[in-house]
Design a protein around this ligand. Structure first.
Ligand code: ZN
Length: 83
């Protein structure tokens, strides 16, 4: 397929993609507003956790070439010391 224009892959979005995000070796095409939104979400999560990486993005395929993106939750780590 020789497709020059790729639409944003987020579910329900029909805007043209401007940014390609690589998650787990998979290219995710995003429009600017959705990319900005994702960055904002990642920033929030990073502030809460102290760090974040692209691996924290979960890609869920919803069919039709569309995806849902979410930030993986980190399992609660009990750092309380014993004794
Ligand atoms: Zn979009």
């Amino acid at each position: 397929m020789a497709d020059d224009t790729q639409n944003c892959m987020l579910e329900g979005c029909t805007r043209q993609a401007e940014i390609i995000l690589e998650v787990g070796g998979q290219a995710i095409y995003l429009c600017r507003p959705h990319f900005t939104q994702l960055v904002a979400r990642m920033t929030k999560a990073a502030v809460r956790r102290g760090s974040i990486s692209a691996k924290s993005i979960r890609v869920e395929k919803v069919g039709d070439g569309k995806v849902k993106l979410s930030i993986k939750r980190v399992r609660k780590v009990d750092v309380g010391e014993k004794g």
